[in-house]
Design a protein around this ligand. Structure first.
Ligand SMILES: [Ca+2]
Length: 246
């Protein structure tokens, strides 16, 4: 009996360890900028395209107690990488392929701006951006020039916090946008923009032009977009509940 009990405990422990160390689905990146200093560059990001602008962490224009990323210190029309030569800041790994990203985003004014993905260098990446008119939302491919690969629409206006979702699955890209306070799950939100393109398989995630970004989660699937419990805590919690049940 004693042996059986020990065997069960051992089996549970091994299974728990396997679950904790399972890397098949995971949160790949998270940043809420709360550990960054105001007016400094974000610590978890790097410069992907070195232009004339600087991304800095600032107080949220809508909530002074919250820190957010302001991706350029220049006005929006002086922050694009082509033309004026704005910088692109990126996060993540060069070998990232498919993932789901969700983040808060606010547009300072009615101009071109958004995010880049599968970023390889200043002339090889995909762009997801809003266009002028507070409605068009598109996917572009940068290859030294620009090719429009997806045309869509979603109502949006400046100075409002939105929650965005970008899903990458092989050569298929999907973008959704809703107001941040809207509790509708993304699975019930209409697709704003879709595109298919197979040229760039890997790359980092970053900004395009001047946007405000906060609460960025990137993971293998929607289920992974939560902050993990520390493995040690998970293990001791499991052990505690096992011991308490005997
Ligand atoms: Ca924040």
């Amino acid at each position: 009996m004693r042996f059986t009990m020990l065997f069960i405990l051992y089996t549970v422990l091994v299974l728990t360890l396997l679950a904790v160390t399972d890397t098949s689905a995971q949160l790949l990146f998270h940043d809420d900028f709360e550990n960054d200093a105001i007016n400094q560059e974000p610590k978890k990001w790097e410069i992907g395209f070195a232009g004339k602008t600087k991304a800095i962490v600032v107080a949220d224009p809508k909530d002074a107690g919250n820190k957010v990323l302001k991706t350029s210190n220049n006005p929006s029309n002086d922050s694009r990488h082509d033309g004026p030569g704005g910088s692109i800041y990126v996060c993540g790994d060069a070998d990232w392929t498919d993932y789901v990203a969700e983040w808060d985003m606010m547009f300072p004014d009615d101009f071109y701006m958004g995010v880049v993905f599968r970023f390889q260098d200043g002339a090889k990446f995909y762009l997801s951006d809003r266009r002028q008119g507070n409605r068009p939302y598109q996917f572009w491919k940068q290859h030294g020039g620009w090719t429009l690969i997806g045309d869509g629409a979603v109502d949006n206006k400046p100075q409002v916090w939105y929650r965005a979702q970008l899903t990458l699955e092989g050569d298929s890209f999907t973008f959704k946008l809703k107001e941040r306070d809207d509790k509708t799950p993304f699975q019930d939100v209409a697709v704003a923009t879709e595109a298919k393109d197979g040229d760039y398989k890997t790359g980092k995630f970053g900004n395009y032009g001047l946007v405000y970004i906060d609460n960025l989660f990137i993971g293998d699937s929607v289920e992974d977009l939560v902050l993990p419990v520390e493995p040690q805590d998970k293990l001791s919690t499991t052990w505690g509940s096992i011991k308490a049940s005997y």
